[in-house]
Design a protein around this ligand. Sequence first.
Ligand code: GAR
Length: 196
Amino acid sequence: MLKLAVLVSGGGSNLQAIIEAINQQSLFATIVTVIADRPCYGIERAKAVNIPTYLADRKIYRQNLSSKIAEFIPEDCDLIVLAGFLSILNQNFIQRFNGKIINIHPSLLPKHGGAGMWGLKAHQAVLDAGDTESGCSVHFVTEEIDGGKVILQTKVDVLPNDTANDLQQRVLNVEYPTLIATIKTFYNENVRFNNE
Ligand code: GAR
């Protein structure tokens, strides 16, 4: 059974999708810890179902946030899932868990990724660019922000009168199955370190 650590900063609806997939036995995994970088609803979702949680507040830890988080990730953790996690993890962290960290991003990378491109900003950038399709990407986390190898993407249409909020909701609906399907690929050990 895969042991997951899930990192959150916001509403935690992707975390909730993982919890539900595990409960429905469609995903053979266990969440060993949920770590948040700020008080947020995501961490409350974990507490509600008795998953061990840790709040590594980014305003308190600042420079050593990544090492604080690393302290709470058990040695035998198979996969670290960034599910709406907004802090940037440092080089030491990424090298220590190389090939075991994935992130979900709400655009079709390499489009509309990089520093500051998160949440509604990514959806607004899609609209501003006049793109006719968008979607989500799950990718390995490397030192380049949103630059690691893409594992899975799902597309959605951008409709003529879409607002950023409309698009966000349509993309979120495909994020959940895309994230779950990606985690399932890690049943196969060969995928785990194949992040080149
Ligand atoms: C999701 O749309 C996720 O793709 C995005 O934040 C949202 C979190 O929602 N992540 C990023 O923008 C990272 N660059 P959730 O907290 O309800 O899962």
